[in-house]
Design a protein around this ligand. Structure first.
Ligand code: RIB
Ligand code: CA
Length: 308
């Protein structure tokens, strides 16, 4: 089976992506954390807590505490305490510890051992550092399936999605290095919507884990409409779902650039779809998703996991 590595900035949707990815046919060999949704300490603690919640005995490695070329910008204010807001029950504090080895060395070692598919659900800082340090290992990266960017509008700014806004240079490094990127941007993830009834569906499972997950689903649904909540795009799980059900997505070649200098557009991903006429393809872009079917399958896995 192909080997999988997850690089994440765990908040709620990263946690769901981890819960999905570990049910794929891939062998998960390691998880690295990065500053993004919240501080590196918090994303690492949240990742360890997610692994314990799912009974996932996989090494977790601390990665970059800062982006390549700007001050860290988190969205903890939006996402609640520790980046993992809840309507009630918190994730149990993790007993497990992160490995002593840092994520960059660990990912390099994993790539030295052979081919690896990488699921990235946060800013791409760690991956850029690995590629900068060991460009010879690029051939061992089978694919980088990442949640980030947008072929349409942004979410953190009018133009930029949060992950690419948080470290645009890291995406630029990977594009320049010719890394095999498949982007799950907002244009795609907005087709995969978690609905209000999914909180109730989870609560009905009736276990402690279901209660914890339902309280986090409920908080996520209320990120924008604080009172009653509203359907929300399920970003990171959309990328993870591709590892399980690629047939539910349409992927196209694109020529992609990331804006580094724009006053109002820094972090924007510009996806030229008129390839090859107007640009040589340098990445793949997820363009459509069977959102309802994907959500059905995501909830099937989550409720099954919670029922154990
Ligand atoms: O824009 C959505 C992305 O930003 C997701 O990865 C979410 O976890 C946050 O990191
Ligand atoms: Ca994320």
């Amino acid at each position: 089976m192909s080997r999988l590595w997850i690089d994440c900035d765990t908040g709620f949707d990263d946690l769901v992506a981890i819960g999905l990815a570990c049910r794929s046919d891939y062998t998960l060999v390691g998880i690295s954390t990065v500053v993004g949704n919240t501080t590196l300490d918090n994303t690492t603690r949240n990742t360890l807590a997610a692994c314990e919640l799912f009974g996932l005995d996989v090494p977790v490695y601390r990665g970059a505490a800062r982006p390549l070329a700007q001050e860290p910008q988190t969205i903890e204010g939006l996402l609640g305490e520790g980046g993992m807001g809840t309507r009630g029950k918190k994730l149990p504090a993790p007993k497990w510890q992160a490995e002593k080895k840092n994520a960059i060395c660990a990912l390099i070692n994993a790539l030295e051992e052979g081919p690896l598919t990488i699921l990235a659900t946060g800013p791409l800082t760690n991956l850029a550092m690995v590629v900068n340090l060991r460009p010879d290992l690029l051939d061992n990266i089978e694919s980088i399936v990442f949640m980030g960017g947008s072929a349409t509008t942004g979410n953190h700014t009018a133009a930029a999605e949060f992950n690419t806004f948080a470290d645009p240079e890291s995406l630029s490094v990977l594009l320049s290095a010719g890394a095999p990127l498949t982007m799950f941007g907002l244009n795609l993830t907005r087709q995969v919507m978690i609905q209000l009834h999914h909180e109730d569906d989870m609560r009905k499972v009736g276990t402690e884990m279901a209660e914890i997950l339902a309280d986090h689903i409920g908080f996520y649904l209320r990120l924008v409409e604080k009172e009653n909540g509203k359907p929300m795009a399920l970003h990171d799980p959309s990328a993870a779902a591709y590892l399980l059900w690629p047939e539910l997505f349409e992927i196209a070649d694109t020529h992609m650039e990331v804006e580094l200098a724009g006053t109002h557009t820094r972090g924007e991903t510009v996806c030229e779809m008129r390839v090859p006429r107007k640009g040589e393809p340098n990445a793949k872009l997820a363009v459509t998703a069977q959102g309802e079917k994907i959500m059905e399958k995501v909830m099937e896995i989550l409720t099954e996991t919670a029922a154990k």
